[in-house]
Design a protein around this ligand. Structure first.
Ligand SMILES: Cc1cc2nc3c(=O)[nH]c(=O)nc-3n(C[C@H](O)[C@H](O)[C@H](O)COP(=O)(O)OP(=O)(O)OC[C@H]3O[C@@H](n4cnc5c(N)ncnc54)[C@H](O)[C@@H]3O)c2cc1C
Length: 428
């Protein structure tokens, strides 16, 4: 089979790797000038790091297995990393059960309920009934009003804005479930995400395939209800009999032969939020925590991720801190200039660590993505469009298909392999 893949993020490269190794001719087309998508890396003042923070959880087996297959197993490192909570000007540790018991912003009875709730989330497997439930009343019922207001409300409102009241309890449950199963251990690929991205790209090429960068796809070409190829933005057509799209669903809708078809409309109806993320390189640390949740009236982000508290990088690497803002893409802040977002983020870091001075700010960059993640509101399960398009030979990969799981590279590798295997079955 000849297979065209749209997008060279982890999904496109993993699917391409699986298909190329089974002897199919694979070509991957990427719009950007580098592979990696949301997991791509860049150089920040001599330190190679990811545009957006990434870590592994203990149960990210597919990611770990893939690294093993590619000879990278020894590069996977897991560690206990600290989590904290910055509440109204004060930083609290929140890593261990004892930290939770000492977390005075919420009453003791609700701290205990929170601990029991986290345990239950870890062991729970049935989630379908949670799909129809909104997270807010579910969390208030299980934890208490004050615990919701302090811990969950800022997370949901800052991330989902006007939609925060409609987020499904299933989505919230799985976030807790994933982290609880990881037992405080977080992992990373020593040497950076490039190791995996380059190994996958190399394998596709070694098996006779190609990975093209700076080659955006404009349209999926179909004829008689069957895929015939991909038309690139420069007009060239890559002829193939199977296509895997790894694009956010509304973007793909605009590339279909009939983009106002019911299927195209279903793809467009899936809403996403964007992310603007500032990455700082600092001469001194902000916090001892890897992950610092924030609920503070003066700070408009719900967390700071000080990545070097998990992965120290090299001594010359400085301290790397990410300040993400999840926003609707028409939100004022998303549209603000980089300078203004950096200023706001710098103020947030200084609010947490007043000792920071301007001379500690070594370098910074701002990254934005219009499609950081889908907004999984109640009843989402039944609104997910079929990953097998009504055009024969076209398959979709996107983190939407992980629901109720949150987006994760490991989950996408599982889906990419399943998608590759289904295409091979079809081609027999
Ligand atoms: C802030 C943030 C933090 C995250 N943290 C974690 C984490 O800790 N752990 C974890 O496992 N996951 C995390 N994720 C999720 C993870 O990054 C994504 O789920 C994963 O990288 C998505 O991979 P993908 O290949 O499906 O999509 P993408 O990476 O979005 O790849 C799609 C590709 O398609 C390309 N493209 C777009 N249009 C075209 C076109 N017309 N033609 C050709 N190519 C095109 C894009 O440039 C892109 O490279 C995080 C994501 C974000 C945003």
């Amino acid at each position: 089979m000849r297979i065209g893949i749209i997008g060279a993020g982890i999904s496109g490269l993993a699917a391409g790797f699986r298909l190329a190794r089974k002897g199919h001719h694979v070509e991957v087309f990427e719009r950007d000038d580098a592979v990696g998508g949301l997991a791509a890396t860049f150089d920040l003042d001599g330190t190679r790091i990811e545009r957006y923070y990434h870590f592994l959880c203990g149960r990210d087996d597919a990611y770990i297995d893939l690294c093993r297959k590619l000879g990278l197993a020894s590069r996977i490192v897991f560690k206990k990393a600290r989590t904290g909570f910055f509440y109204e000007g004060r930083e609290f540790p929140l890593t261990t059960p004892l930290d939770l018991l000492r977390f005075t912003p919420i009453p003791l009875s609700q701290r205990i309920r929170f601990g029991l709730f986290a345990l239950e989330a870890r062991w729970r497997t049935e989630w379908r009934q949670l799909d129809e439930l909104a997270a807010r009343p579910w969390l208030i019922d299980r934890l208490g009003e004050r615990a919701y207001d302090v811990i969950w409300r800022p997370l949901l409102t800052l991330k989902f804005g006007a939609q925060h009241d409609r987020i499904s309890a299933a989505w919230v449950w799985h976030r807790l479930h994933r982290v609880a199963r990881s037992k405080g251990r977080h992992g990373f690929l020593q040497g950076g995400a490039d190791l995996l991205l380059d190994a996958l790209t190399g394998q596709i090429r070694e098996h006779g395939g190609a990975v093209h960068t700076s080659r955006p796809v404009a349209r999926v070409v179909a004829d008689g209800g069957r895929v015939r190829g991909l038309q690139l933005a420069d007009g060239e057509v890559f002829e193939c009999d199977r296509v895997v799209s790894t694009l956010p669903l509304p973007l793909l809708a605009g590339m279909l032969p009939e983009d106002d078809s019911p299927y195209g409309q279903a793809l467009r109806s899936v809403e996403y939020i964007g992310v603007a993320c500032v990455v700082f390189k600092l001469a001194r640390p902000v916090t001892r925590n890897f992950w610092l949740n924030i609920n503070d009236a003066a700070v408009a982000t719900n967390g700071i991720i000080e990545y070097t508290n998990l992965n120290p990088l090299t001594p010359a690497g400085g301290h790397i801190a990410y300040v993400p803002y999840y926003l609707a893409t028409d939100h004022d802040l998303f549209r603000k200039s980089d300078e203004s977002i950096v200023r706001q983020s710098w103020d947030a870091l200084r609010r947490v660590s007043p000792k920071l001075s301007d001379s500690d700010r070594v370098a910074y960059r701002v990254f934005r993505s219009d499609y950081a993640q889908a907004v999984c509101t109640t009843g989402f399960l039944h609104r997910i469009p079929d990953s097998r398009a009504p055009i024969e030979g076209l398959r979709l990969l996107d983190s939407v298909y992980l629901y109720p799981e949150d987006r994760s590279q490991s989950g996408l590798i599982v889906r990419a392999f399943e998608c590759a295997d289904a295409l091979r079955e079809e081609g027999r």
